[in-house]
Design a binder for this molecule. Structure first.
Ligand code: CDP
Length: 220
């Protein structure tokens, strides 16, 4: 029987790096579901499709040839229309638009179909917003990872600085807060802790310490 681990949490809570590190440690595959929502959003932005035009977005979805590959080293590659868009899905314009797009039920159904196909084989760690609550309600292990707003904003600012996208810490804090509110307050599959998820605040933990904290709960 395959083992699934669900990791949910707010923006820049460390889910991506923790998922990758834990997958390496346990020999699992890793799947970042946010990447699929980001790829859909990037496609809409690139094609000048209004992110508030739900009807048009629904008609566009079946034209997106989205492919997600989890590479051997746990790095994720995302392709649309045969093009590798992985480096662009984390641009800040995508981050700001993605919560609007991810709130549409049609988009969620589309992404869930894509990820179900990937995750049906083998042991998986899946990370996102609704993994423990909606996507994998029967996951053997569920974690809700978070950190203080300030710590998360500092992490995201460092990511953006490294990409040459410069914002003040206060701007990044405001952007993160707004994105979290959109994810928490949407009607369908909102961000929330599953009742059986283990809550981990990693504000004062290094990446290694966080990975070790999660790993201690997992008995294989
Ligand atoms: O990396 P970051 O914390 O900025 O976000 P992400 O994990 O890449 O997810 C981007 C966005 O996709 C989130 O803000 C949600 O709006 C949406 N998302 C979702 O709705 N459900 C998921 N399972 C994963 C992501």
């Amino acid at each position: 029987m395959s083992i699934n681990i669900a990791i949910d949490g707010p923006v820049a809570s460390g889910k991506g790096a923790v998922t990758k590190g834990l997958a390496k440690k346990l020999g699992f595959s890793a799947l970042d579901t946010g990447a699929a929502y980001r790829a859909v959003t990037l496609f809409l932005l690139d094609n000048d499709i209004d992110i508030h035009d739900e009807k048009r977005i629904l008609l566009t979805l079946n034209k997106i040839d989205l492919r997600i590959f989890s590479a051997q080293n746990h790095d994720l590659r995302v392709f649309t229309q045969g093009q590798d868009v992985t480096p662009r899905i984390r641009d800040n314009k995508v981050s700001l638009a993605v919560p609007v797009v991810a709130a549409y039920i049609g988009v969620r159904e589309y992404v869930n179909r894509q990820i179900a196909a990937v995750a049906s084989q083998g042991n998986y760690i899946m990370e996102g917003r609704d993994i423990g609550t909606v996507v994998l309600p029967n996951a053997q292990y569920k974690f809700f990872l978070t950190a203080s707003l300030e710590v998360r904003a500092k992490r995201r600012k460092a990511d953006l600085d490294a990409k040459g996208e410069y914002y003040s810490l206060l701007e990044v804090m405001a952007q993160i807060k707004e994105r979290d509110e959109q994810d928490i307050n949407r009607i369908i599959a909102p961000l929330k802790q599953a009742p059986d998820a283990i809550y981990i605040d990693n504000s004062n933990l290094t990446l290694e310490q966080t990975i070790d904290t999660l790993a201690k709960y997992i008995k294989l």
